[in-house]
Write a protein of this length. Sequence first.
Length: 297
Amino acid sequence: MRYIRDILTEAMAQKRPTVSFEFFAPKTVEGEITLEKKTIPSLKIARPDFCSVTYGAGGSTRGKTLGLVNNIQETHNLVAMAHLTCVSATRDETISIINEAKQRGIKNILALRGDPPGGIGEFKKIEGGFEYAYQLVELIKKTGGFSIGVAGFPEGHIACKEGKYVDWDRLRFKIDKGADFVITQLFFDNRYYFEMRDYLVKNGVSVPIIPGIIPITSASQIKKLTTLCGATIPTRMQEKLNHFGDDDEATTAYGIEFATEQCYELLKNGAPGLHFYSLNKSNPTLSILRNLNLLPT
């Protein structure tokens, strides 16, 4: 399996955008079957550059994460990246997880501080654990054998009370500690992405900053997600969602249209690729890629 840093370097040389997908580890057997037998095979027609698998709030699915990443690589022959957080794990436990990933042939890790269980309340470091993502980046870098990604927050991290510029400086610090690329939190106003990117570039950052895109399929779901991560819903979007109400079919169609326009502007203005938060669904993302003429013929 390849390192994502090499894939990104190659794509930039070819002047083409990368396409990647995020999955979450299902909590049920039915969900696992649907993901591995339907969703991933459907998305393979897009020939993604890589996929990623979340760690679950509070590290709740960490046992499944490595297994799913391993299956994606071995069964579907796709480059896959494991998310890894600082939540509810000591340094020794984290080292054990990193070593297990290496043994499974996993070469890519997204290093995150992570959210508390349930995504509610303040993050609390456990005894013998890590408090910041840069510490996790340092450990993975020291271990060796991985390409390391980190998260960026175009509107600033919701927990950073000092403001977005302080948060972006902390992101730069994570990159200085060994991160090869950045994947952003979801956002709907591209101005936030461009401002963050330009600020980082002005301050010496040269690694790829990949925008994270979520196709809206449910008004209630996107409200919950934006509340957890602090992303802003633009007024015109909120008006549309209010109009559609519980009509998820109309909401999905609008979400595809909105994301298509958003992605087009991002790519036109230099974004190195698109990372889709698939929510373990294939049709919305495929529709967006089709609209952008990014599906292989």
